[in-house]
Ligand binder design. Structure first.
Ligand SMILES: [Zn+2]
Length: 377
């Protein structure tokens, strides 16, 4: 049972509480309340605090506001349900797709069109409220959109929290890898954000000398800048992998933009090395279920890590080694970097690397690429 009317009551109770502190009588607070809603509503809406919404049992922080008693969320929030979210320039509409249903909500309008594969038809619905463009995105009514896409929405008034059951079959739940096979003492070194003319050659020299194969999650824009280094990575037996073109935060992009970032990088790597790599790591480890699902439909496997060296922050070799020593495990994936915009920040990475290799080898670890770690070859 959804009780959004209760939320309006809570909102008006909140204003009554504020108003109650004014001892000059009831007229002024009521006037203030009206003024607030009449003239300042857009900025009021934008300043609403974030709150978590539970999606399949996981909290997802989102901006929101109430409009005519309806919970409004940025359209991109729906990527967290596994949906695709895109913007149609021609129709000025948000297009959300999931569970064989497409919903198109038009900016500034109080109607929407939806399409189900079963019916094969577009049908128009009147909306109980208006799709609202704000500076941080287009806000759409959560309840209407979720229900149209075959999801279940409930509101728990005791917890003041909204729950969404996305109805995603287990087989369609996206997979993200943090570790490989944990039964063997294999471990993977990974280097992100390169190639770069300062650090990548130093790291490659050490790996070559030690006879270690690692995995490089490269940026398309860096591959374009440094094709020879990209070739060197591949020629020396390392696994080349995809880290997007320009290192954006995927949750802030539409589904088409996510695909563009990753596919343009794959084709740049292929142009330079002849290799189509389908290993992918989201920048900042930041992603939505919808991003991983659409990339997996394009053939990509999404790789995170089990050991975060935090080397990008300028840690010393000793600090990096202490973290690796603490968090290493069979099947582990170690996150390091080979490009950092400010000079000197990765000196610790380079200094720690030979010691890390010797130390882990001494403990019986074998260094493999992420591909070997996941597939055994
Ligand atoms: Zn990165």
């Amino acid at each position: 049972m959804i009780k959004f009317s209760q939320s309006i009551q809570q909102a008006s109770a909140f204003f009554r509480r504020i108003a109650g502190k004014n001892k000059k009588g009831r007229t002024i607070p009521i006037l203030c309340f009206l003024l607030l809603f009449t003239f300042v509503r857009p900025s009021f809406a934008e300043t609403i605090a974030e709150a978590p919404i539970m999606v399949d049992g996981q909290p997802v922080k989102t901006a929101y506001f109430l409009q005519n008693g309806h919970l409004m969320v940025p359209a991109l929030f729906f990527k967290n349900t596994g949906a695709s979210v895109d913007w149609n320039v021609q129709y000025q509409s948000v297009v959300v797709e999931k569970n064989n249903t497409i919903v198109a909500l038009y900016s500034g309008k109080n109607y929407a069109d939806y399409y189900t594969k079963e019916s094969g038809n577009w049908v128009r619905d009147n909306l109980p409220t208006t799709t609202t463009p704000l500076s941080d995105g287009t806000y759409i009514p959560l309840l209407y959109t979720a229900q149209k896409l075959g999801m279940k929405v409930t509101y728990n008034s005791e917890l003041s929290r909204t729950f969404i059951d996305t109805n995603t079959p287990p087989a369609e739940k996206p997979i993200v890898y943090y570790v490989g096979d944990t039964t063997e003492k294999k471990i993977a070194l990974t280097f992100d954000d390169g190639p770069d003319s300062i650090y990548t050659p130093q790291i490659l020299d050490i790996l070559l000398e030690k006879g270690v194969h690692a995995t490089f999650f490269v940026l398309g824009q860096q591959v374009k800048l440094f094709p020879e280094l990209t070739k060197r990575i591949v020629n020396e037996g390392h696994l080349i992998a995809n880290h997007t073109w320009s290192h954006p935060e995927l949750p802030k992009l539409t589904t088409s933009q996510v695909v563009q970032e990753v596919e343009s990088t794959r084709s740049e790597i292929a142009k330079v090395t002849g290799i189509n790599s389908f290993f992918f790591r989201p920048p900042y480890g930041s992603y939505t279920a919808g991003d991983i699902r659409v990339l997996s439909e394009h053939g990509y496997r999404s790789i995170l890590w089990s050991v975060d060296t935090l080397d990008w922050s300028g840690l010393s070799a000793e600090e990096i080694l202490a973290i690796v020593n603490r968090d290493k495990s069979p099947g582990g994936i170690i996150l390091q970097h080979d490009f950092q915009a400010s000079n000197g920040k990765l000196d610790g990475t380079v200094q720690a690397l030979p010691k890390m290799i010797d130390q882990l080898r001494g403990e019986g670890y074998q260094f493999v690429t992420v591909q070997n770690l996941l597939d055994g070859n």
